[in-house]
Design a protein around this ligand. Sequence first.
Ligand code: HXC
Length: 259
Amino acid sequence: MTDYHDILVERPAPGVGLIRLHRPDALNALSRRLMAEVVDAAQAFDADPDIGALVLTGSERAFAAGADIKEMAAAGAVEMLNSGMIESWARLSRVKKPIIAAVAGHCLGGGNELAMMCDILIAAETAKFGQPEINIGVIPGAGGTQRLTRIVGKSLAMEMILNDRRINAQEALAAGLVSRVVAPERLVDEAVELAQQIAARAPVAVQLAKAAVNKAYETSLSEGLEYEKTLFYFLFGTEDQKEGMQAFAEKRAAVWQGR
Ligand code: HXC
């Protein structure tokens, strides 16, 4: 699939794949088609050896205002259960290369859940994060109760999910939801620069580093430490480890092969 309707796909810098959510009339509400396109584009970049990192962004007004309420409104429970909707979103979290979410404006409901499926979140000063599902008689369904709670802690997550508390970019920074706040006009450039820097690093180590950090959200400390240790030892089987350590000793820049 390359004939996209609701996203724009670019290669803004060497090694970087950029996906822009593009439903301007609906504040990038995450319809099934839009999410299928996001997953398709992300998987295509993941499979492309010329790409080392991805950026996912929306518009100045909205990263995304949530799942498409109008699309879901009339659905019954069994229809939703059998739709595979959330399962299809979850395919994004199986992308091996790092994904940076560059967030401006509304980042709500499924939009915030989509951002939290990414690996690094950068916010414009205009960003507003929230889980307002309670207002429409439901709860988050794609990680809001789980990822948000692990990231920002129970009390703030409860306020956001039970009482639609929205937090701004600085509050998101203080809570650990984002790693930096930038001027809106710098948002995509900063995300692309960061992605380019990561894409220039040892590819296998980057991939396994992402997997190891994400494991911290899914397992006990002792199991996570075992996993990390195994990946660390595994990397000694790569040419890049030999090259990296040799280049250090020779005081030169390493040349990565990705193997
Ligand atoms: C469908 C949406 C939408 C959404 C906005 N729009 N959000 N359409 N689904 N989630 C549409 C509006 O209907 C409107 O279309 C257009 O986008 C512009 O929105 P306005 O409301 O006119 O803009 P504004 O007054 O600036 O208000 C912005 C807003 C508000 C505060 C973000 O749109 C809003 O509250 N949206 C819903 C937020 C929300 O509840 N998200 C959670 C969804 S549930 P028209 O045609 O009228 O111009 C969810 C569950 C995920 O995400 C579960 C996992 C899958």
